[in-house]
Design a protein around this ligand. Structure first.
Ligand code: NAD
Ligand code: UFG
Length: 339
């Protein structure tokens, strides 16, 4: 039997493939390479010494998904495929609603048709309303402020309703906090298109000389140093969370939302200092205005993940900074060219 990984060539998908293959799982990948490179999959093969089948195609194509499930004896699906750029989702909301919702509906239809009963879905801390107090627990109030966030919120509801109507299903909605870093081999990592929106890739590209300086979005928040606080977690810990979620899904039914985070918050300036210290490089920065829509503080209560999945983030902030830099410095242009 095989695990179908949608969006497997992406940042989190490629790291999860490594964790699954290293556990001896058989995997099948579908990706349309809209935001990724086939080179990532070659690197996964290089790291693990394992081969797997890849389909280049769109997850909105229900007939293709049905064919893949039938051809590969699919037992469970890990669904990463989706667009994820918050700013773009505000400018092109229909692109986000169409891709992110249609792909999930096609997938659920194909699963029901083919008797596939386990689904792990990539949700996000972005589904929590900013009115909650930290740490965010799974029972917190939900509410979003951009179309990308709403697609996660709506996908959660679609999956919850489908699991309610089909009692044989087990669906796990993993709400990621802020994944950063890279596999310790330096062979796979985050490779954003264009100018990065997120902090860690921006820090890495500044350190490697692709950007002149980092702009810190606001230093007047009610936080210890005035800059925004987030729950950064190592992408390999996050990948291992999916292996634990798969084990849970194999022995349960129903639908559960589960936070994946460390439970600790670090500020933007904490991240800059930790990166400089771990890697002995400078990250020039300037203070700029706040970015609209940003919360002052966001970090998880990860106790449910420990209780249900027996998962805890183990890697330190130093590991995140060191591994992120190893990837960036060895692949200054991402998958485009090798150093
Ligand atoms: P990513 O863009 O690197 O990976 C997504 C992959 O899905 C890409 O390889 C892309 O080509 C593919 N894809 C997109 N639409 C597709 C479609 N219709 N058919 C086939 N393939 C398609 O993103 P990531 O950072 O690896 O994120 C994975 C998932 O986790 C996404 O759903 C994202 O919204 C979610 N998430 C990410 C973060 C984060 O900070 N990275 C945080 C919370 C949630
Ligand atoms: N920041 C800067 N300068 C930058 C980029 C970010 O100061 O150039 C600051 C932000 O203001 C924020 C912190 O760094 O305080 C983290 O910002 P990111 O953009 O890296 O992460 P966010 O928490 O804003 O959002 C990310 C993803 C969302 C996801 C959310 C929760 O982009 O899609 O984490 O998982 F929903």
């Amino acid at each position: 039997m095989s695990i179908l990984v949608t969006g497997g060539a992406g940042y989190i998908g490629s790291h999860t493939l490594v964790s699954l293959l290293e556990k001896g799982e058989d995997v099948t990948v579908i990706d349309n390479f809209d935001n990724s490179s086939p080179v990532a999959l070659e690197r996964v093969r290089q790291i693990t010494g394992r081969s797997f089948k890849t389909y280049t195609g769109d997850c909105c194509d229900e007939a293709l998904l049905t064919q893949i499930m039938n051809e590969n004896d699919i037992e469970a699906v890990i669904h990463f495929a989706g667009h994820k750029a918050v700013g773009e989702s505000v400018e092109k909301p229909l692109k986000y609603y169409e891709n992110n919702l249609e792909s999930t509906i096609s997938l659920l239809n194909a699963m029901l048709k083919c008797g596939v009963k386990k689904l792990i879905f990539s949700s996000s801390a972005t589904v929590y309303s900013g009115e909650n107090t930290v740490p965010f627990t799974e029972s917190g109030r939900l509410g979003c402020i951009n179309p990308y966030g709403w697609t996660k919120f709506m996908n959660e509801q679609i999956i919850r309703d489908t699991a309610y109507a089909n009692k044989e299903l087990c669906c796990v909605l993993l709400r990621y906090f802020n994944p950063v870093g890279a596999h310790e081999s330096g062979l796979i990592g985050e490779d954003p298109n264009g100018i990065p929106n997120n902090l860690m890739p921006y820090i890495c590209q500044t350190a490697v000389g692709r950007r002149e300086h980092l702009t810190v979005f606001g230093d007047d928040y009610p936080t210890p140093d005035g800059t925004g606080v987030r729950d950064y977690l190592h992408v390999v810990d996050l990948a291992e969370g999916h292996v634990c979620a798969l084990a849970y899904a194999r022995t349960h039914d129903g639908c559960e939302a589960i936070n994946l985070g460390t439970g600790t918050g670090y500020s933007v300036l904490d991240m800059v200092k930790a990166f400089e210290k771990a890697n002995g490089v400078k990250v020039p920065y300037v203070i700029g205005p706040r970015r609209s829509g940003d919360l002052a503080i966001c970090y998880s209560d990860p106790t449910k993940a420990h209780r249900l999945l027996n998962w805890k983030a183990e890697r330190t902030l130093e590991d995140m900074c060191r591994d992120g830099w190893r990837w960036q410095s060895r692949n200054p242009q991402g998958y485009g060219t090798q150093a």
